[in-house]
Design a protein around this ligand. Structure first.
Ligand code: NAI
Ligand code: MG
Length: 416
């Protein structure tokens, strides 16, 4: 029997192209796993009115480890139109399966590393005073609270009378009191102290274990005094337990502006759900963008790893596929680290780093080409060619690791 069982959820569009490529790397490093396929995404919605089928929930509950590709979601009217005719008008409403998964399994800690690979032509560069350019390497890890905040899903258009009555008790609701229900949309931002403390502690713990000098709490407590205020308060409380690590506090709006000023100075960044989503994309843009942005959704029992990109429908039908599989690879690397297979994680990461540095195999995004069927004729690598290049590097790394291992064994036997 395999040591690990991984629920694989390729989902929609390019999720089906990149996830199988990641499995090739996991196999190459000898990750001892069985893979159990699970359905998720748009087809499930159209077929059964639910993008996250119960069978997939059951598999995740059983195996507790998931690798996810991407899903497609579409606006309300289109979702209804594509539903199987028998199900239309029966009260089915689309809800993002990844958000549902996070809430269902309480995957409250989202980790999004934004770390430059030297030699990546998409790396952030900065103009120097003398007119030249410099390329500060970014090493940021964003911790995003993954289950609460504005994504808690407590929202209405035309809120029920009780909700309106409750809101009317707040003085600031006065200007909205007479807005007709159909013209009033409300999303509730919920922060609980336990969850705020937990995400802050996870951020500080990561900083401590991996040698980061600072944790930045990125909120907006001057305006969102209650919710961001509570996040900030808990960050301050937790910081007292970590005397060697500085706590910095920035506002989300200013942070997105400062990001390109001195990104190399940031270490771990922690934020509530929406702000974490925003700031992690912003930092990801400095290290290669969607083709490089990986993430882990971690709960106490279940963990699911996924690239942060979506299903990229406009490229999903291209044959051969052209999208960059590296974000998916890095998600698999995070999974290896999570289960303690740090050596295998290191090997894959090193192989990716070597391919990026050499620069002879680059997907269209790395060449700043428009995506599309012409990209290959212009010198872009296909998805599979990128995997092949990483596999070739892996072969070399595994070979030299084995050789080094042999040498150590020989040295050990000599000294005995
Ligand atoms: P997207 O991430 O799918 O694609 C945006 C653009 O980024 C693409 O058109 C492509 O130019 C580029 N891109 C994305 N992944 C890439 C890769 N691996 N390599 C190279 N280039 C890449 O976002 P978009 O277009 O906003 O949404 C498309 C669909 O995906 C929508 O239905 C959306 O709801 C869904 N989505 C799903 C997510 C998930 O599954 N976690 C996250 C974001 C969007
Ligand atoms: Mg996002």
């Amino acid at each position: 029997m395999a040591k690990y069982s991984v629920v694989t959820m390729p989902g929609d569009g390019i999720g089906n192209q990149v996830l199988p490529e990641a499995l090739r790397l996991l196999k190459a490093v000898g990750f001892d796993a069985e893979y159990i396929h699970a359905d998720i995404g748009w087809d499930c919605w159209c077929r059964e009115g639910n993008a996250l089928p119960q069978s997939t929930i059951d598999l995740l509950a059983r195996y507790k480890l998931g690798l996810f590709g991407a899903i497609t979601s579409k606006p309300k009217r289109q979702a209804e139109a594509e539903l199987r005719p028998e199900l239309r008008g029966k009260g089915y409403s689309y809800f993002s399966p990844i958000v549902t998964m996070r809430q269902r399994f309480h995957l409250d800690t989202c980790i999004r590393p934004c770390i430059s690979f030297p030699g990546n032509p998409l790396n952030f560069i900065r103009k120097k005073r003398d007119g030249g350019f410099e390329e500060p390497l970014v090493n940021v890890v964003v911790f995003r609270q993954n289950t609460e905040g504005l994504y808690a899903g407590v929202e209405w258009t035309n809120p029920p009378a009780e909700v309106r009555a409750a809101l009317a008790t707040h003085a600031k609701f006065k200007p909205f009191a007479d807005v007709p229900g159909a013209d009033l949309a409300i999303s509730v931002r919920i922060v609980t102290r336990n969850a705020a403390r937990k995400i802050c502690r996870a951020a500080f713990e990561w900083a401590k274990q991996r040698g980061y000098k600072s944790v930045t709490i990125c909120e907006k407590p001057n305006v969102l005094r209650e919710t961001s205020g509570m996040m900030e308060e808990e960050a301050r409380n937790v910081a007292r337990e970590y005397p060697g690590i500085a706590l910095w506090s920035t506002n989300i709006d200013a942070q997105t502006m400062w990001l390109t000023k001195n990104p190399e100075e940031y270490g771990v960044v922690v934020a509530s759900n929406l702000f974490g989503d925003v700031i992690s994309d912003a930092f990801a843009g400095l290290v290669g963008g969607l083709g490089f942005a990986a993430s882990g959704n971690i709960g106490d029992e279940v963990a699911v790893f996924e690239p942060t990109h979506g299903s990229a429908p406009k490229y999903a039908e291209l044959d051969p596929p052209i999208v960059n599989p590296i974000a998916m690879f890095l998600s698999a690397v995070m999974m290896l680290e999570h289960v303690g297979e740090t050596e295998k994680a290191r090997q894959i990461r090193e192989a990716i780093a070597a391919v990026v540095k050499q620069g002879s195999v680059r997907t269209y995004d790395m060449m700043r080409l428009p995506g599309g069927p012409n990209a290959i004729a212009q010198g872009a690598a296909t998805t599979v060619q990128m995997t092949d290049a990483v596999l070739a590097e892996l072969d070399r790394i595994l070979g030299s690791d084995v050789a080094a291992g042999r040498e150590l064994a020989v040295a050990g036997s000599r000294s005995r």
